[in-house]
Design a protein around this ligand. Sequence first.
Ligand code: 5GP
Length: 186
Amino acid sequence: MPLNRALYQDVREELLLTRQQIAARVRELGEQITRDYAGRELVMIGILKGAVTFFADLMREIDLSLTVDFMAISSYGSATKSSGVVRILKDLDHDIVDRHALVVEDIVDSGLTLSFLKENLLSRGAASIRVAALLDKPDRRKVDLRGDYIGFTIPDAFVVGYGLDYNQRYRNLPDIGVLKPEIYEE
Ligand code: 5GP
């Protein structure tokens, strides 16, 4: 029986990705990143809070010398849609001049948050910036933003679990599911 069974049944319309599917894909992404960055020192930049689970799993699948840093941002908008107006709540602790930065994000939706972040980090003199995102919803893209390492392409639905929240809840669900629309339409 899965953990938090009662919680799932209340909020989840459909199971999208099991923890086994996620783990297998994260391992593949880690191997690909390890190959691509061979011989270079990497700084992984995690975007709080949604990406923490993916970040923690991904870093352990990367067999390279690397450092980690975090940013927290808030995006104005409703609980289920970002507006693209982004405010930095917590900045990086270290500078990234001449560093190879890998931004680790939970999901690319409109793409507005990541296009802001990429531009912001490039302006600080990084040697390169790539994006790893566990999930991608290309149907909802508003700007031309492509992730370099994408775990899964998913349909246009609001998902929770494995770090992803609705109103700060459900991040601890170990797999990813579609939230029942009545939960956020209430
Ligand atoms: P974007 O700026 O690409 O529209 O939005 C990116 C951010 O919106 C993500 O980092 C995430 O925090 C939030 N987001 C977008 N789609 C979903 C979703 O289906 N579920 C959850 N929990 N957050 C989402």
